[in-house]
Ligand binder design. Structure first.
Ligand code: SAM
Length: 230
């Protein structure tokens, strides 16, 4: 199925059904591949440390974890870097479960229950918006528009990071189990560009099984940072 369909209602509904039935643990968040957790977090930490070293990410007050689920990325990646982390996910039960999984509310800000296809991050709030293993749930148009709302949600020096599987095929591949698309890297970058983002860093995840799709981390900044008059 093409990733720029104009009426994705059924796809979104099927995805919600899938995620509302997944196990509410790391294995469930990683589609049965809990062994990916450690190398994933390790390489994401290295990526963030490099953004810090290069001065690409300067402030670490507020982050937003998109498609946060039970808060695996919030707990192990974002909380060690940021004073406060907000979370958003379309499945309420996963967000509710996150309190127990994370084990503390210190450092957790707001928890939003909404699909990213409609979610509007609060204006100018975040130093970083992290979008991991969820962008494939949005159509091309909805991803572009979500990126545009993220641009308004970050502070002037803020950064938007995307971590996701990519394919080496010419077209996106649709997974009819969880109802998501895996896009070629070029398409991801094209959508980000169309949304008004420029790529400032990228890296390839290593340490994953060979048979998996490659996983890439991208950091973006707005081409035109939002000013107070916008
Ligand atoms: C593969 S899991 C990844 C969870 C988390 N990012 C991680 O890496 O541990 C996908 C998550 O995206 C959420 N999700 C799926 N479709 C979504 C949508 N349209 N808007 C927001 N969240 C969505 C699911 O509920 C699930 O928590």
């Amino acid at each position: 199925m093409n990733s720029n369909i104009s009426n994705p209602h059924t796809v979104y509904e099927n995805a919600e059904n899938y995620w509302s039935r997944c196990s509410q643990d790391v294995d469930g968040m990683l589609g049965g591949f809990a062994k990916l957790h450690q190398p994933d977090i390790l390489l994401s930490k290295t990526f963030l440390n490099n953004l810090k070293k290069k001065g690409i990410a300067e402030n670490f007050d507020y982050a937003l974890d998109c498609g946060a689920g039970i808060g695996r990325v919030t707990k192990h990646l974002l909380m060690p870097f940021f004073k406060t982390v907000d979370m958003v996910d379309v499945i309420e039960e996963l967000i509710v479960r996150s309190s127990e999984y994370i084990g503390t509310d210190d450092g957790i800000g707001e928890k939003f229950v909404e699909g990213l296809q409609t979610f509007e991050p609060p204006l100018g709030k975040y130093d970083m918006i992290w979008i991991q293993w969820v962008s494939g749930h949005l159509t091309d148009d909805d991803l572009k528009e979500f990126f545009q709302r993220c641009i308004k949600g970050i502070k002037p020096q803020g950064t938007i990071c995307l971590k996701d599987n990519v394919v080496n095929t010419a077209n996106p591949l649709f997974d009819s189990e969880d109802n998501s698309w895996t896009r070629p890297e070029d398409l991801v970058l094209e959508i980000a560009d169309a949304a008004g983002l420029r790529l400032v860093a990228k890296n390839l995840q290593t340490g994953f099984p060979k048979e998996m799709y490659p996983v890439k981390m991208f950091a973006f900044k707005p081409k035109n940072p939002v000013t107070e008059d916008d």
